[in-house]
Design a protein. Structure first.
Length: 102
């Protein structure tokens, strides 16, 4: 099971996105577990994940988050706006699988 952490400003919108991802992953029988947290909780929850996905409105965090995630072997990417804005769970699963395969 690959663990994917989503972050946004307060954890609310990423929570909705994670729920959509969990539903889509279950339907697709994808081996992914989605969790969501606020960006202020990143330090507490980063370790133990395989992929960190950042909400598009926090793209300015990419460089710092990538640096912070490197010692833990966590990959980092920005969720595409189209996927995030429409709460596209299937799109999130596809994007996460693509990022994990890199």
């Amino acid at each position: 099971m690959k663990k994917v952490l989503l972050i946004c400003g307060s954890g609310a919108s990423s929570g909705f996105m994670a729920a959509a991802g969990r539903k889509a992953a279950k339907k697709a029988k994808a081996d992914l577990e989605f969790k969501a947290r606020s960006d202020s909780e990143l330090d507490d929850y980063l370790k133990g994940n395989d992929l960190l996905l950042i909400a598009p409105h926090l793209k300015y965090m990419l460089a710092d988050a990538t640096k912070e995630a490197a010692p833990f072997g966590v990959k980092v990417a920005i969720i595409p706006q189209k996927v995030y804005g429409s709460l596209d769970g299937a799109g999130l699963v596809k994007f996460a699988e693509e990022e994990l395969s890199k």
